[in-house]
Design a protein around this ligand. Structure first.
Ligand SMILES: C[S@@+](CC[C@H](N)C(=O)[O-])C[C@H]1O[C@@H](n2cnc3c(N)ncnc32)[C@H](O)[C@@H]1O
Length: 326
């Protein structure tokens, strides 16, 4: 029989889910099993295979199905490649809640039920971020970019952090600004627009409490001044002084910018990473329009401007910093 042949020929690919060791521990010689026992083992194997298959269909999603979902929303495979495992898990759970067994059923349901469609879009968002992500950039920001902005804008400076997730980038900017304030007699008023399409992330941002892993790029001296440590150093809470003067707003980057004439826009690891060109290019154009003359645009490490984008010049040879043409 099938399983008997497999065992006798030394096949042990199913070892992981057969009580193989248990059988041997009882001193049973598999090669000496009777026809009946062999049959029992065969049924046992088949039941396991069927269970695995059922489990796979129920809880896992293959890349083809996932790319169908990405295409539905105009999202990019390259952007999601590394993070797809966690996203798939959330989507699979949503499919299950909606009673959808196949991706076709799910996509049709999302089209019919706008609320479910919006919920799914939020499930697709990825909140990975950290304080002072790409440390070198923050050093240039403190030593060159913000001083240049302050020199030109004596009264007020307006910044937009688009796709700010849970606020790590926003508070990093506030900290750098505060440090500049310590060195300057008078800084302009700072207006920060911190936006994200996911309201849950903004709620976390307002709370301002982070796991220590979010601070791994933050220098110790800054941790001591601007954070309060909790739970024996497992969590850090941003101090209230840093939280002031931030305007948190739910906003979708595919719509018009929340305001205009920004002197500084952070657009890192959101629009340029997660969207396909057809959605990315027009939305990016609007972001550039929202910049003031000579305003600065910061993109993520490893991101590129959409092809054909106009009106920006690279700043000091840095691949992630651009300045709007006068
Ligand atoms: C990976 S996080 C990046 C956070 C931060 N900018 C950084 O670089 O550390 C991406 C964020 O972009 C947001 N996002 C994605 N698409 C968006 C859209 N169309 N409009 C607004 N926010 C969006 C997600 O909700 C998520 O919070």
């Amino acid at each position: 029989m099938f399983s008997g042949i497999l065992f006798r020929s030394g096949f042990n690919g199913y070892r992981s889910f057969l009580p193989f060791d248990l059988i041997q521990a009882f001193g049973i010689d598999i090669s000496a099993l009777s026809k009946k026992e062999n049959l029992f083992l065969e049924v046992y194997i088949c039941a396991h295979l069927l269970f695995l298959l059922y489990f796979r269909c129920l809880y896992l999603m293959n890349d083809y199905q996932f790319s169908q979902l990405l295409n539905h929303f105009g999202l990019s495979w390259d952007g999601y490649r590394k993070v797809r495992k966690g996203v798939k898990k959330r989507i699979r759970r949503h499919m299950h809640q909606m009673g959808c067994k196949t991706m076709q059923e799910y996509l049709a349901a999302l089209d019919q039920d706008k609320e479910a469609g919006s919920h799914c879009e939020l499930l697709m968002t990825v909140s990975v971020s950290r304080f002072f992500r790409d440390r070198g950039l923050w050093e240039i920001l403190e030593s060159e970019i913000l001083p240049a902005i302050i020199l030109k804008n004596k009264e007020a400076v307006k910044c937009w952090l688009a796709g700010c997730a849970c606020g790590q980038e926003v508070y990093s900017l506030k900290i750098v600004w505060d440090r500049l304030g310590g060195r300057n007699k008078r800084l302009p008023a700072l207006e920060i627009w911190a936006t994200d399409m996911n309201p849950d992330y903004l709620d976390k941002a307002r709370t301002g409490v982070y796991h220590r892993s979010s601070l791994r790029e933050a220098p110790q001296a800054l941790r001591d001044i601007y954070f309060e440590s909790h739970a024996k150093g497992q969590f850090f809470a941003v101090r209230d002084t840093v939280k002031k003067g931030i305007f948190w707003q739910v906003h979708n980057l595919l719509s018009d910018p929340p305001a205009t004439d920004f002197q500084l826009v952070f657009l890192r690891n959101s629009l340029l990473t997660y969207y396909q060109d057809e959605l990315k290019a027009p939305a990016f154009e609007k972001v550039v329009e929202s910049l003031d003359q000579d305003g600065f645009l910061i993109i993520g490490a490893g991101e590129k401007l959409p092809s054909g984008s106009r009106g920006l010049l690279p700043f000091a040879g840095h691949p992630c910093i651009f300045q709007k043409e006068a």
